[in-house]
Structures are given as structure tokens and as C-alpha cells.
Design a protein around this ligand. Sequence first.
Ligand SMILES: *Cc1c(COP(=O)(O)O)cnc(C)c1O
Length: 424
Amino acid sequence: MDRSRSKELYDRAAGLMPGGVSSPVRAFSPYPTYIKRGRGSRLYDADGNELIDCCLGFGPLILGHAHPSVVKAVQEQAGDGTLYGAPVEKEILLAETVRRHFPAMEMMRFVSSGTEATMHAVRLARGVTGRKKIVKMEGGFHGAHDSVLVKAGSGATTHSSPDSAGVPEETASNTLTLAYNDIEAAERLLSAHRGEIAAVLVEPVMGNIGPVLPDGGYLQQLRELTRKHGVLLMFDEVITGFRLSMGGAQARFGVQADITTLGKVLGGGLPIGAFGASAEIMRNVSPLGKVYQAGTFSGNPLSMAAGLAALNELERVGHEGLERKGEMVRSQLAEVINAHGLDHQVAGIGSMFQMFMTDRPVRNHRDVMTCDASRFMRLFHALLERGVYVPPSQFETCFLSTAHTDEDVRRIVDAYDDALEAIR
Ligand SMILES: *Cc1c(COP(=O)(O)O)cnc(C)c1O
């Protein structure tokens, strides 16, 4: 595969942006793939290579690239202006759609990224409870702000800085961590810090160390435990919202959070985030309450238009096809692993999947850390060579979109089959 144009672009970019990228998760050795355009399930790189995309912008593009109804909505809105510094009806329409599917979000606020959503949600939890400490899961990723860059997943794990430099100790000391799927540890931690913890943050299905599912009953137990201790339960559904079902993980697992954060799919491919809760909690947000939050681009009409178009389309087509293709890719990858006599794990749910290069069933961050990440990168390059683009890290989740066909799934599985042979 000719990647010379990507190399040229990287050589220019490397002196301009750290790693030649605007977000570290896009960087990989020897140089990243620069993209020219996307259409449906396909990416076309700067060298003209066609790639089946299983990264999908790290999750948002559930309808694939350049879906006609999203493109139309964006074009129409762009012609009418992209920002007014005043509210628009589309914010109300999108908020009504969100609330219909996430009844726990009686009120919400739109922001411009998942990072912002969790940052403001954490401030809200602290403001409402008058407590400083928060609890997050080891390997949980909630964006790139100080309170949550402690044992963080995603690029922080990939590039070996789960506890980022530059986060004051005083801040990090207010963030406690737990092993996911260990309810006894949660019980012990909440008892030991009675009256000190504002919220427990959890990705209901972990997605930023690869997909790791909750054990049966775990989310319900976490719900009961936090309620018992008067601690707010915060579900970070930035990945799972609208992906695992229209009502996200909360609808899928039948557990409601006190505070919910959304992003990614919500924006139809444009920058977005949202945080929401009961009206009682949300009334603490400025201008009604004393918890401050603001943003020039919050609720901008372009993101609202794209989000509305995407969610309308997703409601129309439903999740059945995504579920079926997700099952298909996972079961066929498991067969491929067997055929190769390997002990890797295939994990995922709905349209999320990953091949973990470990012999250990994966229930939390510690299990995932037993993976052979450098072997995974050899797989990544072998897949790229065969026209399949997955996130360039063992510690991320691969996605399918409604644009992926059964034939795409067959080609993805064939590529893994060949790639595993090639890296033998
Ligand atoms: C991606 C992600 C974020 C951060 O969202 P950005 O839009 O990248 O700021 C937060 N939480 C989770 C669970 C995510 O997957």
C-alpha cells in the first residue's frame, strides 16, 4: 500500500503539532494516516487508498460518513449562519429528543465536547453535594481535564500517561479510583469515605480500554450502593448514548443515573456534549443556581442541526441492523481466533467490538493490561495494509455503523484472518 503522501504530510505536520496530530489517539508509529474524505463505511486517505472504517471518528459516526440527511441539515443551517450568541429552537428540539430517550435527563445543557460535559457534570456534583471527592474506575476515560486524568484510559493509557503531568496533586488527591466490576471494593471505598464523595463516575460499558461489559447486576448494585451512601451516580454515556440503544446503557440495562453525560453520536459527527439530570439537580446550574458553566459554541445551531438529523435517522432505521452486524463480527472473529489456535479474546456489545490479545477474560482494567499491546500494533498495521482502519490502539473500541454492509463485515473478518496469519 502506497502511504507516501501521508508520510509527506506527517513530515510537515510534525513540526507544527505534537505528533503531527490534533489529538494523541490519532498518532501511531511511524506516521498516521491522513484522510481526504469519508463516505458511508469508507475512508479515503491522502494517497487514495480506500479503507473500511471501524474507527468512525472514535465512535460518533453511527450512520457512517457524510450521511445524506446529516449533510443536508448541515448545509441548510450553514446557509442561515452558524452562531448567534442567542438560543435557537433546534436546541429545544434536540433536548426534547434526548429527554424522550433518557428520562433521567429532565433538564440538560449542551456543550461542545464530551470533555466539557464531564467537567461541568463533576463541578455540578460537587456544587450540589458540597463534597470534594469523586470516584472513577481504573481505565475509565471521561475526557481530558484535571479531575479525571487519574488512571485514565484511551490515549492516556496508550501513550503511557494515565496520570498526566501537570495535574496538581491537590486535584488528583480528590479523585479516588476503583476496579470496575468489583462491587465489594466500591462498598469498602464508599464506607471509608462516608460524607466525602460527591459522585461515582462510570462508563456503564467501559469503552476506552476497549469494550468491557458490566457483570450481571453490577450496575444495579452500584445504583443501590450510591443511593444508600447519598452519593450521586454519574453515567458517562458519551460512547454508549444512542449507540447501545436510543436510550443508551440506561435503557439497555434498566438502570438510571443521577447525572448523565452524552457526546459523540449525539452530534451527528459535529462537536457536541451534553450533561443532564433531574430538574432538582439541574436547577443548581447558572443562571438558576450557583454552579457556573458557559460556552461560546454551546448549543450552536450547526451541531444541533446535525444531531437532530442523525438522531431522527437513527430512530427511523433502528438498532437491529447494528446489533446483528455486531454479533456477526464478534462471532466470526471468535471463529478466526479458534482456527488460528490463538487464545485472544473477542469482546463487545451491540456495534462495539475489540480483539484483546490476552488469554484472560476481560472484566476490568487489570485484565486489559495483560494484553500484548505491541502485538496489537502489528495487527493494526497488517489490517491497514489490507484496507481496514481500526483505532490504532489495543485500548480503544472498534465500531460499526448503519452504513456497514454484511459484505463489509465479511471483508473485515477476512482482513483479520489474513492479518493474523501475516503477524504469526
Ligand atoms: C470520548 C469520550 C469523552 C470525551 O469526549 P470529547 O468529545 O473527546 O471531549 C468522555 N467520555 C467518554 C466515555 C468518551 O468516550
